[in-house]
Design a protein around this ligand. Structure first.
Ligand SMILES: Nc1ncnc2c1ncn2[C@@H]1O[C@H](COP(=O)(O)OP(=O)(O)OP(=O)(O)O)[C@@H](O)[C@H]1O
Ligand SMILES: [Mg+2]
Length: 260
């Protein structure tokens, strides 16, 4: 688990300010849900945490040290759109996650290490409920299964931080409920820090130990790109369960929603 500290973060693309003055600490093991209007910079923020984008100003610290300049195996990401490779079997898609994560210099794994990687991939696929389709092609899987495959791909490197960008947005309601339950189980088992973007406010409160709302506090109607979004609300979620952490969560101060 890792403590993430964001200090005075700004992100601009040319003249367009996307994020401004974002400062926050994400405690190890928390499940932070991020909500906000379309285009307000949520995905940009996740990519900065991943290390695939650099802040224009400010910095991100991981356990007190500056974030490495590129994505590393300590951080896994799952996007809304499935990122699986269509020409690889389910099992090989997950093995590939390990090849990318653990041996970027070598590229591919061979021999006994490859066999170990295949066994580990098969175990994780079984954990996410795909143990029976190891040799299938991704296109043979349902949307929910493809998303679980993407989750397995991210989890095989045992990331300390899992970044999820609207992971359940494309799923049917029933499947989405299953996927949420699976995420909560994996989060608890692996003691990961999870940062998840969702457009579903109820989902954010249901899953999150903490909910961040990104919005603009300053607006220029003539020049919309002049100001960026920041964290306008920082609220406790209804998720009271936190795996084996030093400090208890603050008590939730909001009433529960009526469920789903
Ligand atoms: N690489 C880029 N170059 C230029 N502009 C970009 C780039 N990436 C994002 N933007 C702009 O930054 C703004 C924020 O984009 P971002 O994708 O982070 O928003 P978002 O909150 O994730 O939106 P959504 O809810 O629709 O996914 C948008 O105006 C987008 O056009
Ligand atoms: Mg986005």
């Amino acid at each position: 688990m890792s403590r993430i500290e964001v200090q005075g973060l700004w992100k601009s693309y040319g003249d367009r300010v996307v994020l401004e003055r974002v400062s926050l600490v994400i405690e190890p093991g928390s499940l932070v849900a991020i909500v906000g209007a379309s285009g307000c910079g949520k995905s940009t923020f996740l990519r900065i945490l991943l290390g695939s984008e650099r802040p224009s100003r400010g910095r991100v610290l991981l356990d007190g040290a500056p974030l490495p300049a590129e994505p590393g195996p300590d951080r896994g990401i799952v996007f809304q759109r499935y990122t699986v490779f269509p020409h690889l079997s389910v099992l090989d898609n997950v093995v590939l996650g390990l090849e990318f994560g653990k041996s970027r210099l070598l590229g591919r794994l061979f021999g006994a290490r490859r066999q170990q990687a295949r066994e580990k991939a098969a175990a994780i696929l079984a954990r996410v409920g795909l143990g029976h389709v190891l040799d299938a092609w991704p296109h043979q899987l349902s949307g929910g299964m493809q998303q679980r495959l993407a989750l397995a791909q991210a989890l095989i490197v045992e990331p300390r931080i899992l970044l999820l960008d609207e992971p359940f947005g494309a799923l049917d309601p029933g499947i989405r409920a299953e996927a949420r339950a699976l995420l909560l189980e994996l989060w608890a088992e692996r003691e990961m820090t999870v940062v998840m973007v969702t457009h579903d406010l109820a989902e954010a409160f249901q899953l999150g130990t903490r909910v961040l709302v990104f919005d603009k506090v300053r607006r220029d109607p003539q020049v919309p790109e002049r100001y960026g979004a920041t964290v306008t609300y920082d609220l406790p979620g209804y998720n009271r369960f936190r795996p084996r952490l030093e400090r208890p969560l603050p008590h939730a101060s909001l009433p529960a929603t009526g469920g789903f």
